[in-house]
Design a binder for this molecule. Sequence first.
Ligand code: URA
Length: 225
Amino acid sequence: MPNTTANNTPEPTARSFPGVQRLNHPLIQHKLTLLREKNRSSSSFRRLLQEISLLMAYEVTREMPTQLVDIETPLEGMKSPVIDGKKTVFVVIMRAGAGLLEGMLDVVPSARVGHVGLYRNPETLEAVEYYFKMPAGMPERDAIVLDPMLATGHSAVAAVTRLKATKPRSIRFVCLLAAPEGLRTFAKAHPDVQVYTAAIDRELNDHGYILPGLGDAGDRIYGTK
Ligand code: URA
């Protein structure tokens, strides 16, 4: 019998990681399966990623603070909750993180967007920073870091370490797929940061790719090799 999640969704590994929230919604899992398939076109891949990130946005923003404002319905006045979307900053880890941005912005259109540019040194697999730009007023903002693949964890750790220097009010990390190795590395460096992922895959290969994974997310989004 295959491993199943609470809602009966089969998944490749039954391991659980404290501090990691797996987003097991059947729609997310279904679209992720389609996304993994190797013959999928870039346009279809981008579309699915946008749809999945929109669905993930609901879970990731669940704790978002709201405040009551006075409004008038056609019948009477009332106090009703609103979020302050401008307090949210989506932090894109370039370049693949951009693939998760559109769906998130569909749900929180007034959010700000920051960018972190990192590349992997192919020999050491360490992250090297080449770009960093955040909106002003980070201490008042809740940061949601976006990168589809938490593989070795080096880029995620480096991005969050750099982001912490700007002192955001809170930080969450969102990925599509995570490897157990990356989750352990990330939790060791940033135990205070909640990770959200659609799946935890089996392992990394010798080149730092997630297995079974989906290949190189950036190449698949942009149709490069
Ligand atoms: N980055 C990717 O795009 N894919 C992997 O499998 C690992 C890192």
